[in-house]
Design a protein around this ligand. Sequence first.
Ligand code: DQA
Length: 160
Amino acid sequence: RRILLINGPNLNLLGKREPHIYGSTTLPDVEEQARAQTRGLGFELETFQSNHEGAIVDRIQEAAGWGPNVASGDSRHGEKVSAIIINAGALTHTSVAVRDALAGVDIPFVEVHVSNVYARESFRAHSYLSDKAVAVICGMGVFGYTAAIEFAARHMKLKE
Ligand code: DQA
């Protein structure tokens, strides 16, 4: 049983970038805390951060056991993820490709934003992911990741 935590563009700078908005906790701190928490709930945690849209699409496909050569007959190689927690950063507001990948793998996911996206620029109020998400969390700071993992492990109906 596995949970995959994905962080998109600029979230490698968490704790350093705009601390008045995103706080001072770094991504390694978030991931370390999340790993301990996830283990305590009986799951393994995989973490992935990328600034590149295509790399995130690849990682989501791999979570369903689909490698990049799936079209040429390369079958599922075995990785099975029960749930995805994703903070897609700015790709939330722009990426049909990340949306399609999440819908395509059919793995339930929780969308997380550290900041309250509704209290900021109006372009942040639209998400390409939210209507496909099981749940959406924003404005809780990095505690949003903790809440998402707790919810995924205890309250979501997971296939694997
Ligand atoms: C964010 C909100 C996005 O609008 C922004 O582009 C980010 C971070 C958040 O966690 O609050 O990069 O997803």
